[in-house]
Design a protein around this ligand. Sequence first.
Ligand code: ADP
Length: 217
Amino acid sequence: MKQYTIIGLGRFGFAAGQELIRLGHYVIGIDHREKLVAKAADIFTLAAVSDATSEEALRELDVQNSDTVLVAIGENLEASILCVLTLKQLGVENIWVKASSKAHHIILSKLGVSRVIHPEEEIGVRVAQALNYPMVNQYMFLGHNLYVVEIEIKKCCEGLSILEMLGKAQQYVSVLLLKRQTKTFNHVDLQFTLNYHDSLVLCGPIETLRTLAPRLA
Ligand code: ADP
């Protein structure tokens, strides 16, 4: 269990905190709007009405002992930057910040935060990819053209071995996992016979994964 602090409980910060709680972590939520804090108080470990640019207020909330602080202050550039400087002053090492513009990104990079997030752009790319590959349930880009994707086995592939389903793609694609109902199998043998609705987690170059599309549609 880790301790996270989310500063700014708008839609983005609230959703991030809610998911961290679901994953079993200790989450402190901070916002200067009482209404948002009241909503978070039911879900987060601790929620406080506070000005995130005040060193004293953040120290009182024990923010300096968080494993990571996520600054999710939206459009308010000044508050976001002041908050980052205050967190640095408190000695917080892992600071993730939501950026709202290119200028914001540049300033944050110069301040040396651990990660700058652009939710709209990142989600935009993911939505475009989901539209392009509707047969893919989940995917992750690993860089160097490599993707991890989760695909669901359609009726047409029922009874085929994984090797038969992959065809020529098997030279370039690794099978990481097979999920069947509530069971998960790793170290999957390529002779394993597929059932309708099995899920396969594959890793490979995007062009090769694309060649599988007709078998997945
Ligand atoms: P979203 O797009 O995620 O909904 P918002 O801009 O609505 O983003 O959320 C940013 C949140 O950050 C708001 O709830 C706002 O009250 C909060 N916030 C802005 N400045 C401060 C500050 N100085 N201290 C604490 N909270 C702040």
